[in-house]
Design a protein around this ligand. Structure first.
Ligand SMILES: *[C@@H]1O[C@H](CO)[C@@H](O)[C@H](O)[C@H]1NC(C)=O
Ligand SMILES: *[C@@H]1O[C@H](CO)[C@@H](O)[C@H](O)[C@H]1NC(C)=O
Length: 373
């Protein structure tokens, strides 16, 4: 879905226990820091695949750069050129900033080189594309050429932007990892085209000065604590699932997720977005100020970290002195399309997430962070 709203305010995350449970199993994801576990070498990855029923692919790893905990990017190759792109499980197209990009809002980002489209390995298809996201939109021309991510290569149709809005703080483009049903560019689905069986995200905490990690065709079990909790993918468009009998727990207060709710897991959204009334209850319980409509955020006094209840654990780089932002906010208009919850980066930093495309399921486990000294 791609929503990165946090550029000037600090993001202040709360220790909320999020439970996603089914009748026979239960897992609790604690949104707070963990530490002190030694990283296993990557040859353990194949064994982890076997143990967790992911098949015996040779997993391939790529480091993710953590941009202040609100955006995670990876280095990818397109037509033998290298770019940092935002990996987005809430959309399906790949697009890169074009040399002729004209921003509607100054968004074409002068800090990143545009793709050179005159190389031999790229062919214009003659088609144009446009895509709309929670935080902006893009339009441009479609090209076809070789792309690779974490050592997985394919030939793909992708967009080269000529117009952009809302991507000012983004790297060189967006790399969608969701299903073909969401593609604006037909024949532009990376996971489909490359035959990816599974992929897993570990999102670091910027305070640990550590980077994140994407594992394609597998998972890295040194990043998890406890078992994976699997939920079926209910619709192959977004990574959509039913958070059955889930709840938010803040100290003694339990705020249940109503029956029949629908959720998506989305790396392209910075916050955890929940129905407005539930967001208001959670934010009241943690001492945040009322919802601020212009910013779409709940501001919270950073001092609550020192003086308030122990549920408040994270402070990210402050842009405005003394002001922090709650990691959970209202879903608002985005919730009008049958999706009630977006489990964005706030949640995904706490929960290691496995996308198992073969068995049509998503696995969550408490992530294990490895702070650098
Ligand atoms: C990438 O692929 C090459 C050749 O297929 C292989 O030799 C190399 O070990 C792979 N690297 C990673 C990190 O998977
Ligand atoms: C783009 O690539 C072509 C072919 O390699 C090269 O001749 C040209 O100078 C490059 N353009 C830029 C702006 O780097």
């Amino acid at each position: 879905m791609h929503l990165t709203t946090l550029t000037t305010l600090a993001l202040f995350l709360v220790l909320v226990q999020v439970q996603i449970q089914a009748t026979s199993a239960k897992t609790t994801i604690r949104i707070r820091r963990k530490s002190g576990v030694v990283r296993l070498p990557s040859h353990s990855l194949v064994a982890a695949n076997k143990r967790h029923g992911l098949g015996l692919d040779l997993p391939s790893l790529v480091d993710l750069v953590n941009h202040g905990d609100f955006l995670f990017s990876a280095r990818v190759s397109v037509a033998d050129q290298h770019f940092d792109v935002d990996l987005d499980t809430g959309s399906s197209d790949l697009w890169l900033r074009g040399p002729n990009c004209k921003a509607w809002d100054g968004s074409c980002g002068s800090h990143t080189p545009a793709i050179n489209t005159t190389v031999d390995s790229l062919k214009p298809t003659g088609e144009s594309f446009s895509a709309h996201y929670g935080s902006g939109s893009v339009a441009g021309q479609v090209y076809s050429g070789p792309v690779s991510l974490a050592n997985i290569s394919t030939t793909l149709k992708f967009g080269v932007s000529t117009r952009e809005r809302g991507f000012k703080t983004s790297p060189a483009g967006l790399w969608g990892l969701a299903f073909p049903a969401l593609n604006q560019i037909e024949g532009g689905n990376f996971v489909d085209s490359a035959g990816v069986h599974s992929f897993s995200f570990y999102f670091s905490d910027s305070r640990d000065k550590e980077e994140g990690e994407l594992t394609v065709n597998g998972m890295d079990s040194s990043r998890i604590q406890g078992d994976l909790f699997w939920v079926p993918i209910t619709s192959r468009s977004y990574y959509q699932f039913t958070p059955t009998q889930g709840s938010f727990r803040i100290n003694d207060k339990v705020i249940p997720i109503p029956e029949g709710s629908s959720a998506i897991s989305d790396t392209g959204t910075s916050l955890m977005l929940v129905p407005n009334d539930i967001s208001d209850s959670i934010n009241a319980a943690i001492g945040a100020r009322p919802f601020d409509a212009p910013s779409g955020l709940h501001v919270i006094d950073c001092n609550i970290l020192k003086t308030g209840p122990s549920i408040l654990q994270y402070v990210l780089d402050a842009g405005v002195a003394g002001l922090c932002v709650s990691g959970i906010s209202r879903i608002g208009e985005l919730g009008k399309h049958g999706i009630n919850y977006i489990f964005g980066d706030t949640f995904l930093r706490a929960a290691y997430t496995v996308h198992d495309l073969v068995n049509n399921r998503i696995g969550f486990a408490q992530s294990v962070h490895h702070p650098l000294p």
